[in-house]
Ligand binder design. Sequence first.
Ligand code: ADP
Length: 297
Amino acid sequence: MSITVEHLNKIYPNGRHALKDVNLVIPSGMFGLLGPNGAGKSTLMRILVAQMEPTSGKIDIYGHDIMRERKAVRRVLGYLPQDFRFFAKYKTYEYLDYAARLSGFTRARQRREAVDAMLEEVGLFDVRERYASKLSGGMKRRLGIAQALIHNPKVIIVDEPTTGLDPEERIRFRNLLSKVSEHDVTVILSTHIVGDISSTCNRMALLNQGEVAFYGSPEEMLRQAEGKVWRVWVPHDELQEISNRYPVITTIPSANGWELQIVAEHVEDYDAEPYAPNLEHAYVYFMEYKLNQWSND
Ligand code: ADP
């Protein structure tokens, strides 16, 4: 079972062409949608959850055409939007109980069991008496996931979930999503933070200015940046000059100047050695070179 997106276009009423002939296959497991702000990620997410209509194109979610079978699609989907808010009057467990009621748990005992199990799953059982609006940012995101999961969806869509979280919560949230994806649930994670896309994503896409710039596994994206990352040593007074010539990823003070990591097709005029790329390097390589925004001349 998978999700297929074919020739998808979205042109907003103001003429903004936010998605340009997007084609994707999203298999089960964890899928990462990476792209800078304004790339079109939220537009794609909103179309996927049938909150907005595309200008043209076709989407099939687990055998259901999204345009013709909206109800069926909504039944298999869980959604955590970017600006998810809680009603101030609800405690954490009350909120989840409310979500469970909405999704058809009518028998009180069965509902309580489902709510308690879900609170355990997302690590919020101990704070179940706390008002949802008083939870920390990371806890709120986890409660957001819990309310999306209580419907027992086949697909869960999370839009920029780690924005504003501290590193510890970000890792915890990422681990929760990968745990969820092991329960036969497809997780679609949209983010502008490269660190959110881990090896737990079996597939990913890089969206840029409404177009799919890369589609494949994180390992394949890494491979494309092999031989393009360099460790370079420059004297103190040459930092500015090299920064004008190449994208610099890290800058470390060294004995006689700076040790840098740069991304380049090839390096001239500097003392350089190849360096094994990570996903952040690969992202910079795609954005700066493949997408022609940086000239190496
Ligand atoms: P992302 O989620 O990757 O940051 P968005 O999908 O929010 O990107 O936006 C993609 C492009 O569409 C941006 O240029 C944005 O300004 C534009 N856009 C988003 N929503 C609207 C809207 N309602 N009307 C007009 N343009 C929009």
